[in-house]
Write a protein that binds this ligand. Structure first.
Ligand code: SAM
Length: 491
């Protein structure tokens, strides 16, 4: 048996976690559970820092030895995953025993919302998209703005000092190009994932003020393109920056494929500005266990107890939860209320169901062997072969692939002017070993999903495409986890 305790920083100091107290009841449960082959068992302990997440206190995962056709517990090795933060919640030994018994008998009685899927295809991403699409209804119901859930309680992209520094560098590049008569008449800047437009406003206000002070008249040549996949969000952002109306355009597009709408600007954009978006794009994980590579697959569920409560609230049978979820995700709460007024007399009632479901939503996981990394597709035109130096360099590891962020990154680079740059404030892992010593998601931020981003993977992909990709801790707020990634054509 292998026991893997990941959050090493939690093992020392005044608030150190008592790992032994957590493991003892689990070992007691294993002592009494004959159905588990202890020689084929891993126990993995994490500290899930996100109070709202997709995990139970204890989870069980199959490590399949063959393809996904198998799936019976006996078909592979087993992993017990423990959340150390919640180890004092309830009787651990009994919970573990019941879970393993239910698992062996196929009797977990969960209400599954989907079959096993690649995690990037899970309905959690439809919940995520719904959150941004119907943000006004969610925020009204909770009385909380989305920014309050971000690290530090507001977007770091609104930090004036950081914006001035960025603008100073960009103006320097433009001055040099202007001196050589090489600065284009139209100056393009793109922001992906604009939220409430607060950061666009700070950026544009500072741009105008600095430009006036320098007397460079760049403001009148600026085209600031605000892009988001949520029409509601775009409209909010447009209102926020109304003062700069002549300089802005709002475009509905998926951040994973910016060239679909922006292809006409290939090689022309001086700045692509992204903050707190990569961590919100669809992600799945790969793992190396005992010398083999696996993809982590998921299926979303709610526990039997939660399903009963939700069905009671809905006044319907548990079996109808899954089709109702499908309708909610397709239509959104307002249209759902219009379509089924007997059950949802107002959109507020539909939002209540949405919030209950989201709070109850869990992800069951399993490891499916990957025949070869080159058979795995990270994103369009990005083969999994590129993961090899990261996944196969140093023993067992489980890491994020950030498929959505990789797709966005790869499709953004061709848009950059040779002197342009991609700048991204986000939660980045900058060394793959950081996946081994702390939990990196997924967590829940209000109604959205958060996953840390695999910086070394983006650096590697950028490097192959001829870009320098650098990471620096966000310098304008102390104690922040936010890192700034910059990508620009290699000198
Ligand atoms: C956490 S907010 C960040 C907003 C803002 N940049 C900030 O720092 O406050 C994430 C934003 O990304 C947008 N977004 C998420 N996934 C997207 C996608 N696939 N395509 C386009 N926009 C997306 C959301 O609608 C939302 O506006």
């Amino acid at each position: 048996m292998l026991v893997d305790v990941r959050p090493t920083s939690r093992l020392r100091g005044a608030k150190a976690t008592d790992v032994a107290a957590t493991l003892a009841p689990i070992m007691a449960a294993l002592r009494d559970t004959d159905s588990v082959d202890l020689s084929r068992l891993r126990v993995v302990c994490d500290w899930i820092q996100y109070k709202d997440n997709f995990r139970e206190q204890i989870d069980v995962r199959t490590i399949l030895s063959n393809g996904p056709a198998g799936g019976a517990p006996a078909d592979g090795d087993l992993e017990i995953a423990v959340d150390l933060r919640r180890s004092a919640e309830g009787p651990l030994a009994e919970t573990t025993r019941a879970l393993l018994r239910g698992y062996a008998d196929n009797g977990l009685h969960r209400c599954y919302l989907e079959p096993w899927v690649h995690t990037t295809e899970s309905c959690v991403w439809d919940f995520n998209a719904l959150y941004w699409r119907a943000l006004d209804l969610w925020e009204k119901a909770t009385g909380r703005l989305y920014e309050q859930a971000l690290p530090g309680g507001e977007s770091d992209a609104r930090n004036t000092d950081a914006v001035r520094e960025l603008l100073g560098q960009m103006f320097g590049v433009w001055d040099d190009l202007a001196a050589r008569n090489s600065l284009p008449e139209e100056l393009y800047v793109v922001e992906l994932g604009v939220g409430n437009g607060g950061q666009a406003k700070v950026w544009l206000d500072e741009f105008r003020a600095m430009d006036r002070a320098r007397g460079t008249a760049y403001y009148g040549r600026l085209n600031y393109l605000m892009c988001d996949y949520s029409p509601h969000v775009l409209e909010q952002a447009r209102i926020t920056v109304a003062d700069h109306e002549a300089r802005i355009s709002a475009l509905a597009l998926d951040a994973r494929s910016p060239t679909t709408a922006l292809g006409f600007l290939r090689g022309k954009i001086f700045l692509v500005y992204v903050s707190n978006v990569y961590d919100n794009l669809p992600n799945e994980e790969v793992a190396r266990i005992g010398g083999r590579n696996y993809r982590v697959e998921s299926r979303a569920y709610v526990t039997a107890d939660d399903a009963t409560l939700i069905a009671e609230d809905l006044g319907c049978a548990v079996e109808t939860i899954r089709p109702t979820v499908g309708q909610l995700l397709r239509l959104g709460p307002a249209l759902l209320a219009e379509t089924r007024p007997d059950q949802f007399p107002s959109s507020e009632v539909a939002v209540t169901l949405w919030r209950e479901l989201w709070a109850a939503l869990r992800l069951e996981e399993r490891y499916v062997p990957l025949p070869g990394l080159d058979m795995y597709r990270i994103a369009e035109r990005v083969s999994g072969e590129i993961l090899q130096p990261l996944v196969e360099s140093d023993g067992d590891i489980r890491m994020h692939v950030n498929n959505g962020a990789v797709a966005s990154f790869v499709d953004t680079l061709p848009l950059l002017h040779p002197f342009g740059r991609l700048l991204c404030h986000d939660l980045f892992v900058t060394d793959v070993q950081q996946f081994q010593n702390a939990f990196r998601g997924p967590g829940k931020y209000d109604g959205s999903v958060v996953n840390w981003c695999n910086g070394p993977l983006l650096r590697h992909i950028g490097g192959r495409a001829g870009f320098d990709v650098g990471f620096a801790r966000f310098a304008h707020r102390t104690g922040t986890n936010i890192v700034t990634m910059t990508a620009q054509v290699r000198d």
